[in-house]
Design a protein around this ligand. Structure first.
Ligand code: NAD
Length: 285
């Protein structure tokens, strides 16, 4: 048995993947419309959140506060020895607290943030970086193999979130630098359509030049399923971690500041790729 709590862009895609691979998941979301969509897709939806837990229960929630609220309902409903696989991106400090709270009830809480977006979740090709009890992860691994192409145990509780925040600080920075550098090329007469194949065969490439620009920015689709607001959350968590540890962030810190300064040009509900496009077209803070 498996349950998914939080049926947004990621949770619904994971649910679809579980259904497609022969599982019979339970599912829950605050939003009744999301619950209806999950029911129509084939998931079992009980009367309330505590009816919709299983071993493991997968979370896909927007922020620390939502996880804290859900945990209060879910922990009393889970049997001892069960595992929560939390794929949300959260603060490392918060997840260490969640793991302690779960352990007090004999439940394993693994921070298991993911990379790959809704497309990767639907295809079962996400990368998952896990912090927490290694034996609990091993027990959940046969199931998680249906969702991931790369499943890595990083270390103790919180280590998965640290890996995710470092990853997303880089993605956020790459979106800034690619938008600015491509603007320079275009101003000098070489359009992104001509530059990207060069960069992607040379040493200036990144996932942003290889995937984001060709897939979402050049065609203008901006339908990646990852919002600028969620990326701002991730960048904020990375900055908070740096402050806690007294690690100065000179270059990535400037990129992070631009994510805040460009909020009017790229609002929270916009696709996160809009930020690179905005810098390309010369948006000013
Ligand atoms: P989303 O905003 O589309 O979905 C979040 C869902 O959680 C919504 O359906 C909302 O109704 C539900 N929810 C909120 N509070 C709840 C509660 N208390 N109880 C039950 N349901 C609740 O977000 P998303 O894009 O699916 O992202 C989910 C998580 O995955 C976030 O932490 C995000 O940072 C992370 N993430 C997203 C992507 C992506 O590409 N979208 C990629 C990697 C990681």
């Amino acid at each position: 048995m498996v349950a998914v709590i939080g049926l947004g862009n990621m949770g619904m895609a994971m649910l679809g993947r579980l259904l497609a691979t022969g599982h019979q998941p339970r599912a829950w979301d605050l939003d009744p419309a999301k619950r209806d969509a999950a029911r129509q897709a084939g998931a079992a939806i009980g009367a309330d959140i505590a009816d919709n837990v299983a071993d493991p229960t997968i979370f896909s929630l927007p922020h620390d506060a939502a996880v804290a609220e859900v945990l209060d309902h879910v922990l009393p409903a889970l049997p001892r020895g069960a595992a929560i696989i939390d794929t949300s991106t959260l603060s490392p400090r918060a997840v260490r607290g969640f793991a302690e709270q779960a352990a007090a009830r004999g439940v394993f809480y693994l921070d298991a943030p993911v990379s790959g977006g809704p497309g990767g979740a639907a295809a079962g090709s996400m990368a998952m970086m896990v912090g927490g009890d290694a034996a609990a992860l091993e027990r959940a691994t046969p199931l998680l193999k249906h969702l991931t192409a790369r499943l890595l145990h990083i270390g103790p509780s919180g280590a998965g979130q640290v890996a995710k925040l470092v990853n997303n600080l880089l993605v956020a920075s790459h979106l800034v630098t690619a938008g600015e550098a491509l603007r320079l090329g275009a101003a000098a007469g070489v359009a992104p359509e001509a530059l990207l194949p060069v960069l992607n065969g040379a040493s200036g490439r990144s996932a942003v030049t290889e995937v984001n620009w060709p897939r979402w920015i050049i065609p203008g689709s901006f339908d990646s399923g990852f919002s600028a607001g969620l990326m701002r959350k991730d960048v904020g968590l990375a900055l908070e971690l740096a402050r806690e540890l007294d690690v100065p962030l000179e270059a990535t810190g400037r990129a992070a500041a631009l994510w805040q300064e460009l909020r009017a040009a790229v609002p929270d509900d916009a696709d996160f790729n809009r930020l690179s496009a905005a810098l390309f077209t010369g948006a000013k803070p």
